[in-house]
Design a protein around this ligand. Structure first.
Ligand code: NAP
Length: 217
């Protein structure tokens, strides 16, 4: 199984590193920098670099580790290649104002997941995952002991759920399903009660994660 990681910045770079450490094959794609090739060289034989088109074409699963605005531009260009594939979306509805402060980029109640999922071909298998921790926490908490850290995911799709569970485990975390696509906003920031920031920055265990889901239902 091969996972394409499109965007190897803070999130994509950490996901790539963790998946390779877990024995997964990855194909890395950037846009305007040589970072994908540099990271693939660093990660060794399980990692390669390619254009976004070539990476998606040769993968079973695609992680779109890019900003929501970049998805609006990229997805229409590669939509036929995404048909039938599992698409993992870590995006948050975040933008920066003129002062560089983080602001919400979508109206309250609208999730980035709902926007990303609507851009995909109807037969893509969508799941929101790998975005529930800040990038530094994602990078630092793989294979945590004695209690693994949890990563939430949200999807309506069984195949996407199975893939998210497998890759979250391979990356060194415990997968916890937050719900369906309608619950994606709960695992996004700002505002999601199940995002790391909803736990005041704490990186929770699977038991804590499940208790938090139940507490809000
Ligand atoms: N940072 C966080 O703490 C955090 C936490 C949770 C979720 N997220 C979400 O994760 C996503 C990525 O965030 P990030 O912090 O990792 O962003 P980032 O560090 O700015 O990296 C984004 C990357 O996207 C690449 N890119 C843009 N358009 C592309 C295209 N058409 N094809 C291939 N690559 C493309 C850029 O590549 P080049 O540099 O080569 O141009 C860049 O390296 C966002 O949706 C964000 O909301 C971020």
């Amino acid at each position: 199984m091969t996972t394409a990681i499109v965007g190897v910045g803070n999130i994509g770079g950490a996901v790539a590193r963790h998946l390779v450490a877990g024995g997964e094959n990855v194909v890395l794609a950037g846009k305007s920098t040589p970072r994908a090739k540099e990271l693939a060289d660093e990660l060794g034989p399980l990692a390669q670099a390619a254009s976004a088109q070539d990476a998606i074409a040769q993968a079973d699963t695609v992680v779109l580790a890019i900003w929501l605005d970049a998805m609006r531009e990229l997805i229409p260009q590669v939509a036929p290649l995404l048909a039938g594939k599992v698409v993992i979306d870590p995006s948050n509805p975040i933008a920066f104002d003129a002062q560089g402060q983080v602001v919400r980029s979508l109206p309250d109640g609208q999730s980035a997941g709902s926007v990303a999922a609507a851009l995909l071909p109807a037969d893509a298998h969508y799941v929101k995952a790998f975005g529930t921790l800040a990038a530094e926490a994602l990078a630092a908490n793989a294979n945590r002991t004695p209690q693994p850290a949890a990563l939430f995911y949200a999807t309506d799709d069984e195949r996407a759920a199975a893939t998210a569970e497998r890759l979250i485990r391979a990356a060194g975390f415990d997968p916890v399903k937050a719900g369906g696509l309608a619950d994606a906003g709960r695992i996004e920031a700002p505002g999601g009660d199940l995002h790391q920031f909803g736990f005041n920055g704490e990186v929770v265990t699977a038991d804590q994660a499940r208790a938090a889901i139940d507490a809000h239902q």
